[in-house]
Design a protein around this ligand. Structure first.
Ligand code: BV8
Length: 236
């Protein structure tokens, strides 16, 4: 990894799989138990808010019980020691990157740790259930929803992400199926900008053919090895 200064890392559910958090598209994953259009779209929420609030209450509760795994720890070590620019763009709504100590984290699909009030638009830290329609801490209206980006909604901070990609020397994708846009398109943007691209994933993904290099294996092994390579702390 010569003359790499600025890095963009994209993470997906696969980086949290070994922490015991369900991914979306594996066997028994979240999309086997629920239809996307019922629980991860504004239309689904309007149609059956209780179903959606229960789905997110269950996931929020599960996430709060889990802990970061060696892949999150390695990314946090990179964050602490990397002298150049680093942006960790995560599609995940869990906070395991932060709990591992990472700071330069951007949740492009929102976070399970916030409530979003559809009356006053306030976003407030939230760890409890929403099924009982608790009042918004700011305006007291009973109109809270999870602060996550559903299908058909605009991901957060797209400008910041694209400008980081434009400045990057390396784009690394970790634990994502490459099934959902615009995140799945970032590797093509990187290729068009002649940026070095690397994929670390359990198996080949829908985007593997776009990466210069693609390594298959569990994140808890691949990510610490890659961070060692980047920091020159490898034992090899
Ligand atoms: C938007 C938050 C406009 C909520 C999520 C037709 C063509 C192209 C696009 C579209 C289309 N029709 C509609 C669209 C747009 C749509 C889309 O892409 N649909 C897909 C289904 C075709 N996208 C949107 O609606 C987005 N908004 O487009 O707005 C716009 C466009 C451009 C610019 C601005 C605005 C909004 C999408 C966001 C939806 N919200 N999550 C929640 O979490 O509940 S999506 C959710 O699924 C994730 O956040 C992630 O983004 C996505 C994919 O999930 P992954 O993280 O990849 O997880 P998955 O289970 O799929 O894969 C896990 C991977 O890990 C696997 O590869 C597995 O092998 C690997 N793995 C497993 N274990 C391990 C491992 N790897 C390593 N180690 C392990 N141990």
């Amino acid at each position: 990894m010569t003359d790499i200064r600025n890095i963009v890392v994209l993470t997906g559910a696969g980086i949290s799989a070994e922490s015991g958090i369900d991914t979306f598209r594996s066997d028994g994953g979240l999309w086997e138990q629920h239809r996307i259009e019922d629980v991860a779209t504004p239309e689904g929420f309007a149609r059956d808010p209780e179903l959606v609030l229960r789905f997110y209450d269950m996931r929020r509760e599960a996430i709060l019980q889990k802990r970061p795994n060696p892949a999150h720890d390695a990314i946090a070590r990179l964050d602490a020691e990397w002298q150049g620019e680093l942006l960790i763009v995560t599609q995940n709504v869990d906070d395991l990157h932060e709990r591992a100590g990472a700071r330069r984290v951007l949740h492009m699909h929102g976070t399970h740790l916030n409530a979003w009030c559809t009356s006053c638009d306030a976003r407030t830290p939230w760890t409890g259930p929403m099924i009982d329609r608790p009042p918004c801490p700011v305006c007291e209206a009973r109109s809270l929803r999870p602060d996550v980006v559903w299908f058909g909604e605009m991901p957060y901070e797209m400008e910041r992400i694209y400008s980081a990609i434009h400045r990057a020397d390396l784009f690394v994708s970790i634990g994502t199926s490459g099934a959902v846009y615009p995140a799945a398109g970032f590797v093509r943007d990187a290729r068009q900008l002649n940026i070095e691209t690397l994929e670390l994933n359990l198996e080949r993904s829908q985007g593997s053919q776009w990466f210069h290099r693609s390594r298959q294996g569990p994140a808890s092994q691949l990510v610490p090895d890659w961070v060692d390579e980047m920091l020159g702390t490898g034992t090899r």
